[in-house]
Write a protein that binds this ligand. Structure first.
Ligand code: ZN
Length: 152
C-alpha cells in the first residue's frame, strides 16, 4: 500500500513520531485498558489511560502497523496527556472533522494538523483514526467506572 505524500515538514514530524514514539509502553495501574484494530491495513493499537477526576493524567500506547497509525497514536498521546476529558473529546472531534468531513484544521489541533494530508487517502483515514477511536472507547469506559476509593 503506497504511503500518502505529505509536504516535507509534515513528513518529518510524522516519521519522527513513528521512529521515536512518545508515551509508548503500558501503565502499571491504568483506569482502563482498551484495544482496537484496523483489519483493512493490519494496524493494532492498545491504550492504557489513568483518569483522575476530570483529567486524563497518564496515557501509554502500544501496537503495530503502518507509520500513519503508529505516528497518529504517538501524536495523540503527546497531545492529550494532562488535558481534561472535555478538552480531549473536543480534540478528538476536531481531528475527525479534519479527516472525515474535510474541515479546515482547528487551532486546537497543534501538531496533529500534520496528519491533514491523510484526508486525501480515504483508506488511510482509518489508520489515522484508529488510536482516536480506541481512546474514545477508553474515555467512555472510564466514565462508567466507579472511582476507586482511595485510602488515607
Ligand atoms: Zn494503517
Amino acid at each position: 500500500m503506497p504511503e500518502p505524500l505529505f509536504d516535507d515538514l509534515y513528513r518529518e514530524l510524522i516519521l519522527d513520531h513513528y521512529r521515536r514514539p512518545r508515551h509508548r509502553g503500558v501503565l502499571a495501574n491504568p483506569t482502563v485498558h482498551v484495544e482496537g484494530m484496523n483489519p483493512v491495513c493490519g494496524d493494532e493499537v492498545r491504550i492504557d489511560i489513568t483518569v483522575g477526576g476530570d483529567t486524563l493524567r497518564e496515557i501509554a500506547f502500544d501496537g503495530q502497523g503502518c507509520s500513519i497509525s503508529q505516528a497518529s497514536a504517538s501524536m495523540l498521546a503527546s497531545e492529550v496527556c494532562g488535558k481534561s476529558i472535555e478538552q480531549t473529546r473536543s480534540l478528538s472531534s476536531a481531528f475527525k472533522a479534519m479527516l472525515v468531513d474535510g474541515a479546515l484544521p482547528s487551532a486546537l489541533l497543534g501538531d496533529l494538523e500534520a496528519l491533514e494530508g491523510v484526508a486525501k487517502f480515504p483508506v488511510r483515514v482509518k489508520c489515522a483514526l484508529l488510536p482516536w477511536n480506541v481512546l474514545e472507547k477508553g474515555l467512555n469506559e472510564a466514565a462508567n467506572k466507579p472511582e476507586e476509593l482511595s485510602i488515607g
